[in-house]
Write a protein that binds this ligand. Structure first.
Ligand SMILES: [Zn+2]
Length: 600
């Protein structure tokens, strides 16, 4: 799972949520409304109830430890209901672990299971990829000192650290908001039913990441404690992702390339593009190996060659179907929204519980991306090529219909007839014209809830329900941003990363085409940076003391402080406030703006 991990700590949220709630102030230009007058009944689709059992304890719940027949290979599935399995192999002198769950609470639950079976030490850990739910439980399994001293080896793909650092990079504020809306982090407890790909508890756990000690680049055959392990690159859900194949037992461990849902091929949360071809490659690798046992980091073991072939084939075919048929229909003139209608659901022969459900990835969120990625945002209708602004369009439309009251009445009628989609769009025009129009905001909020409570895809559901809270004024963008940044922004960034990100923070309106030229020497790394700004674009290059003759000194701590938006006077002690740093600082827009999603 990818997006899921973003909200790891978002759910240590009870007290934070209380802070996010604020009392509604009456709209300036509409009547006083104490609360939302439009009511929608809370419902949960049946498939979600069924799906939840895959990860839960208690009656009918499938969370637990699974052994592969009588082989010393086990998966602790959804340990303590936490997202992220811990798979382990009992070898001659040690326990080998593949993935450490989303939190130390999860891995502690897994460790208790390991200790029921063996008292051998854990000496080897694999991180299947750079998503939090695969490495955050490590500290409860092994001691950091043992990792440092070499007693414990942690393997990860060669780009693991880089990918981990870059996951929240240039578009951090937008991604942070997207993540908060993605997984129900801000919803009332009764609405928090997030378990779409990967488990029930995804929030509020304690992180216990320990950095890898060894990197992998593919093709390795390892012999650990008498167990032969082939490293298999998959790279579908994440480009740092790999599986393990144990030839003796014909066991394939496949992380997140295959789980209890269609994959989220390109996340609407905001992520770098993901390609359907990469998922297909990963699953085809699994099919080619013809394993007898298939394990993953969010599933119970699938046992039997025939069964594995059947379920993996159905999953990979659904992916290829979405892609191939989207291209086919793009060539018939369909745009992204047309594709969404056309492939609202997949044919029955490509659906099936549990692997081909829409709980996480869904054709509704996937196929419009194919159009955008391979054609463009433009749907071909020249009337949409450069239309009026959102506000102008709403104003003209509402005026044409006969004004606010008429539009409101029509929206209420649609709402009462349970045509929630239309009610949300109509009331949305009024919100766009006047974001203080509380009646319109309430109506749009309840309409979104009406849609959301019926939606089986968790990400869509969460966006609908969280958008409703935003419209009601129960959550505030600035509080979400503050919280998300605290959660997601790495504590310390290196100089290279900071300068790479500052490129996107040049305040063009302020500095226009004035020129800035500064040479900096970063104390800790001894690296010289030659930074120039011209025409509101910043170019940063590594340099030398020969070119950067009078370089100004700066520390990483100071750079990080500036980057986090600390005041210049706080970040730089006075003697360091030199001319060059000053002019660079003055050219930056370091403020992170809160972003409204449905209130716009
Ligand atoms: Zn995952």
């Amino acid at each position: 799972m990818t997006n899921f991990r973003k909200v790891v700590s978002l759910f240590c949220i009870t007290s934070t949520m209380a802070a996010l709630l604020f009392s509604l102030s009456a709209s300036a230009n509409t009547e006083e409304l104490k609360e939302n007058p439009y009511k929608v009944k809370r419902t949960l689709p049946k498939e979600m109830v069924k799906h939840r059992k895959l990860f839960s304890k208690g009656e009918g719940g499938m969370s637990g430890t699974y052994q592969l027949d009588n082989h010393p290979i086990y998966t602790v599935h959804s340990p303590g209901e936490w997202g992220g399995n811990v798979t382990f192999i009992v070898a001659s002198d040690q326990v080998i672990v593949y993935d450490t769950s989303i939190s130390t609470q999860g891995s502690k639950a897994a460790l208790a299971e390991i200790r029921k079976i063996t008292d051998k030490p854990i000496k080897t850990i694999f991180y299947s990829h750079h998503h939090t739910d695969h490495y955050n439980g490590t500290a409860a399994l092994v001691k950091e000192a043992d990792v440092k001293s070499g007693k414990v080896t942690i393997y990860a793909w060669e780009n693991f650290v880089e990918e981990k650092n870059n996951e929240f990079g240039a578009i951090l504020p937008r991604q942070a908001i997207g993540a908060a809306y993605h997984a129900g982090a801000l919803l009332a407890k009764e609405d928090q039913v997030y378990f779409s790909c990967c488990g029930i508890k995804s929030l509020g756990g304690s992180p216990g990441y320990i950095a890898p000690t060894h990197t992998l680049k593919g093709g390795e055959v390892l012999k650990i404690g008498g167990v032969e392990i082939q490293v298999i690159y998959t790279g579908g859900e994440a480009i740092s992702e790999f599986g393990l194949y144990l030839p003796k037992t014909e066991t394939l461990i496949l992380a997140d390339e295959f789980f209890y849902s269609l994959p989220n091929i390109h996340s609407i949360r905001g992520s770098r593009p993901r390609l359907p071809q990469n998922y297909l490659k990963a699953l085809d690798t699994a099919l080619e190996l013809k394993p007898k046992y298939l394990l993953g980091s969010h599933i119970m073991p699938v046992i039997g060659r025939k069964k594995i072939e059947e379920v993996v084939t159905l999953n990979r075919d659904a992916i290829q179907f979405m892609w191939d048929q989207s291209i086919r229909y793009i060539n018939k003139g369909y745009d992204g929204m047309d594709l969404q209608q056309k492939f609202n659901v997949l044919p029955e022969y490509l659906t099936g519980f549990p692997f081909n459900t829409y709980l996480y990835g869904s054709p509704r969120t996937t196929v419009p991306e194919f159009y955008n990625g391979w054609v463009s945002w433009f749907n071909g209708d020249a009337a949409t090529l450069y239309p009026d602004s959102r506000q102008d369009h709403a104003r003209k439309l509402v005026k044409t219909i006969g004004g606010r009251e008429k539009v409101l009445a029509a929206a209420e009628k649609a709402f009462n007839e349970k045509d929630y989609k239309y009610a949300a769009r109509l009331s949305g025009f009024l919100v766009t014209i006047d974001t203080k129009d509380m009646r319109a905001r309430y109506l749009k909020a309840s309409s979104l809830r009406g849609i959301g409570y019926k939606e089986v895809n968790q990400i869509m559901r969460s966006n609908y329900l969280t958008g409703a809270l935003e419209l009601e004024g129960k959550i505030k963008a600035e509080d979400i941003l503050k919280f998300s940044l605290k959660t997601f922004l790495p504590a310390v960034l290196d100089d290279k990363t900071i300068f790479a990100q500052w490129q996107y923070k040049i305040n063009a309106e302020k500095i226009k085409n004035s020129q800035v030229s500064v040479c900096l020497k970063v104390k800790e790394t001894n690296i010289y940076w030659d930074i120039k700004i011209r025409n509101s674009v910043m170019i940063s290059k590594n340099s030398t003391d020969k070119i950067c003759k009078n370089a100004e000194n700066i520390t990483l701590d100071q750079l990080n402080q500036l980057n986090k938006g600390s005041k210049k006077s706080e970040a730089l002690s006075l003697k360091h406030v030199n001319k060059g740093i000053n002019s660079l600082y003055n050219a930056l827009d370091l403020k992170m703006d809160p972003i409204n999603m449905s209130l716009r």
